[in-house]
Design a protein around this ligand. Structure first.
Ligand SMILES: CC(C)(COP(=O)(O)OP(=O)(O)OC[C@H]1O[C@@H](n2cnc3c(N)ncnc32)[C@H](O)[C@@H]1OP(=O)(O)O)[C@@H](O)C(=O)NCCC(=O)NCCS
Length: 155
């Protein structure tokens, strides 16, 4: 497993992975725009040179805001998502950021499992925030200190 920073050159791979995971997947141009931003922190996981997972976060003041994380559907539940988050966390720590914040759909069981197991706590709810094919779904707003996961040896 190789995890490295993602650059604009990875925009097409990130779009492929995002589109495989979300109803309204972002385009290559969307990712090229995000990745060119100075506040962006992004990592991609490679298996035999093929991108299988990625994460994209933004620096917002002293916060690290997790925008999206996705694993190729065929490669899920093999530890990629956790490694992607931990790589982003290491970047956030290096950059002196203090707090992770993210939003996740209340019914997104895999994502909530990942975030809770990485120490995220619910700090708010945005009612009916997501408009999905199954109807409107609440967003849970979650937070955790940067660098506080078990991957860093802290509590
Ligand atoms: C969420 C997602 C990124 C997890 O990626 P992954 O590579 O499968 O995650 P991992 O294998 O590293 O699993 C890490 C933890 O997540 C949780 N988890 C993952 N899949 C799960 C599932 N299907 N059900 C319940 N918990 C799950 C578990 O706690 C797991 O830890 P464990 O294996 O020790 O039990 C992946 O399911 C995905 O791409 N989903 C679609 C995109 C998405 O919803 N992104 C999040 C938006 S907020």
């Amino acid at each position: 497993m190789t995890i490295r920073p993602a650059t604009v050159a990875d925009a097409a791979d990130l779009s492929r992975l995002h589109t495989a995971s979300f109803e309204d997947g972002w385009t290559r141009d969307d990712f090229a725009t995000w990745l060119a931003r100075r506040e962006a922190m992004a990592v991609v996981a490679l298996r035999e040179r093929e991108a299988v997972a990625f994460g994209l976060a933004l620096m917002a003041g002293s916060d690290a805001e997790l925008l999206t994380i996705a694993t190729d559907p065929a490669a899920r539940q093999s530890g990629w998502g956790r490694q992607i988050f931990r790589a982003l966390d290491a970047h956030a720590l290096t950059r002196g950021l203090e707090r992770w914040v993210l939003e996740a759909a209340r019914n997104n069981v895999p994502a909530l499992g990942l975030y809770k197991s990485e120490g995220f706590m619910e700090i708010g709810v945005r009612k009916a925030y997501y408009d999905t094919r199954q109807g409107r779904v609440d967003a849970l707003v979650m937070s955790r200190p940067v660098g506080s996961g078990s991957g860093h040896g802290a509590a």
